[in-house]
Design a protein around this ligand. Structure first.
Ligand SMILES: Cc1ncc(COP(=O)(O)O)c(C=O)c1O
Length: 416
């Protein structure tokens, strides 16, 4: 019989290495017959730009997808909490959407490319900024100089709890007015671009009322407001179909992409007739402009979102998810901030007891363990220290429970 000491060690061993059980799913992936990891490594090394990099220390070849699940070259199943950066909206290879299913067996960013235009430091090339672009101070309730409260179940510790607009929204808006007044050439303000919730920057939400004040300001200066709904659109934030609808104003221009096509390359810009007419002052042409195939894919995606009531699922699952993440935050001091709305959530990982971002090597270990335990999660933020959760909108309660168990286990295995 094991004595007390060995029994204790044994229990410790079991606890340390317990593996959360993956929910059942009835799907048999095809056998992978493509090149080996070693072969893809050599192809990448010799023929692909180094800007395309592996996300994981032990890389994956994802070769098939079904709804919220992805399969690797060894047939192992993963819960996809990132959807190829919020691109897979209604599920991989959704059975109703014939075109993308046939043309794009999966969509994935493993390995991934760095996107284009953003002020997020991690994505900036070491060049001077484009002339004519100005960045406003980031109204960040967690690390911003004035803090603030936001439209989320989860607030930063010791945040204000303003009824209506947050008191700090005036201060941040004042900073924006200073920028418009003193930095931008007088009378030449073109437009303000903003996401309703910052995606790549780690599900970062602004203090309540800030965006509406920013909208009013830009209108006062004769500019347009462009709402980037590439990540926040299509019901993802739960309460409303578009993120800006939570803010109480109508933008002049709305840009959309990613989730609109569920993996099919499709984007759209929506605006008024007057603004669209201004675009016709010069010739405009685009090789990959609108086409019937893309339009059919987009229409099918919109129908699925409506038929399957996915906006409501985002609301219900998003609420449950963030409640569970807030519970995790109570027991894992590396979680500095839990934020977001609907199925657009972020966990800001820190050095416990500070607001300093978790060092990148430590973050990578946790990130890798989450993958090894069967969950593919996103990564972002100014210091790349935010776990981003933006799954296909079809996830269910079992999937959330599994994700929480995996996160819990990953944090337990890496106590920093
Ligand atoms: C919020 C946001 N806007 C715009 C883009 C650019 O979209 P696209 O790659 O379709 O040009 C991205 C890409 O990641 C994004 O996240």
């Amino acid at each position: 019989m094991a004595n007390k000491a060995t029994k204790c060690c044994f229990n410790h061993f079991i606890r340390r290495f317990s593996t959360p059980a993956i929910p059942a799913y009835n799907f048999i992936p095809k056998a992978y017959t493509g090149p080996s990891i070693a072969k893809t490594d050599s192809l990448k090394l010799n023929h692909i730009s180094p800007v395309v990099y592996d996300l994981y220390k032990k890389p994956l070849i994802i070769h098939q997808g079904s709804m919220q699940w992805l399969y690797d070259h060894e047939g192992r199943r993963y819960l996809d909490l990132f959807g190829g950066i919020v691109t897979v909206s209604v599920g991989h290879c959704h059975p109703w959407i014939g075109i993308p299913t046939q043309v794009y067996q999966i969509t994935s960013f493993y390995p991934r490319l760095r996107p284009g235009l953003t002020s997020t430091q991690a994505y900036r090339q070491p060049n001077i900024s484009h002339a004519g672009f100005y960045n406003a101070l980031l109204p960040d309730p967690y690390r911003g100089i004035w803090g603030g409260c936001r439209d989320s179940l989860s607030q930063v510790p010791d945040a204000c709890s303003c009824r209506g607009d947050c008191v700090t929204s005036d201060k941040y808006a004042h900073q924006l007015s200073e920028l418009l007044e003193n930095s931008v050439p007088a009378g030449r303000v073109a437009a303000l671009f903003a996401e309703s919730i910052q995606g790549v920057n780690g599900a970062l939400q602004f203090p309540k009322g800030y965006l509406r004040k920013a909208y009013q300001l830009i209108k006062n200066y004769g500019g347009l407001y462009v709402a980037d709904e590439v990540q926040t659109g299509f019901g993802r934030t739960g309460d409303t179909f578009w993120g800006f609808e939570n803010q109480g104003f109508t933008p002049d221009i709305v840009t959309m992409a990613k989730g609109i096509g569920n993996g099919f390359p499709l984007a759209a810009v929506v605006t008024t007739k007057e603004i669209a007419a201004a675009h016709a002052q010069a010739a405009y042409f685009n090789t990959f402009g609108g086409n019937p195939l893309a339009a059919a894919a987009g229409k099918a995606v919109l129908e699925v979102i409506e038929e399957e009531n996915l906006q409501e699922n985002n609301k219900v699952m998003g609420r449950y998810f963030i409640e569970q993440l807030m519970e995790l935050q109570k027991i894992h001091p590396v979680i500095g901030d839990v934020r977001g709305k609907g199925l657009m959530l972020g966990l800001d990982l820190i050095k416990p007891g500070t607001k300093e971002p978790m060092p990148v090597d430590q973050f990578k270990n946790i990130f890798e363990t989450i993958k090894d335990l069967g969950v593919l999660i996103g990564r972002g933020g100014r210091w790349n220290n935010v776990l981003r959760i933006k799954p296909p909108m079809c996830i269910n309660k079992q999937d959330v429970d599994f994700s929480i168990s995996v996160l819990d286990e990953a944090f337990k295995r890496h106590k920093y």
